[in-house]
Design a protein around this ligand. Structure first.
Ligand code: HEC
Length: 109
């Protein structure tokens, strides 16, 4: 409980900074790309479309992207959603913020 409050405060402080990182910069390289490869790609695949049998959202789908707030993505990654486990015990809040930016970077233009 206390920890999640601390996470929220940290997110409020640093989230806005992390979320302004350019998506083009985030895609395919940098620390978030590494974390994604290690923890996320097995379900969401390296191209963000996901493993069909798990029915994860297609991160390249602009409609899906528009339907989700950054806060929802952050909560999903931190606490888990459906069959996806939460990562707040594994990743630091700053890493989760960077992953939100990374997930956004899959959106097709
Ligand atoms: C065990 C497979 C699995 C792993 C590992 C996994 N995910 Fe997911 N993820 C899913 C599935 C399935 C969903 C759809 C859940 C649902 O809507 O019921 C999902 C949903 C999401 C969502 C959408 C949340 C929302 O608001 O709808 C995001 C963002 C996300 N995952 C990011 C990540 C990131 C980043 C990682 C790595 C840290 C990760 N996932 C690891 C399977 C996984």
């Amino acid at each position: 409980m206390k920890r999640s409050v601390i996470n929220l405060v940290l997110f409020a402080l640093f989230g806005s900074i992390a979320l302004t990182t350019s998506p083009a910069q985030a895609q395919g390289k940098g620390p978030a790309a590494k974390v994604y490869s290690v923890h996320c790609a097995k379900c969401h695949s390296q191209d963000g479309k996901g493993i069909p049998s798990l029915q994860p959202p297609d991160f390249t789908d602009g409609k899906w992207q528009a339907s989700r707030s950054n806060k929802q993505l952050h909560n999903g990654i931190a606490n888990g959603i459906g069959v996806m486990p939460g990562f707040k015990g594994v990743l630091k809040p700053g890493q989760i913020n960077a992953l939100v930016v990374y997930v956004r970077s899959f959106k097709k233009r």
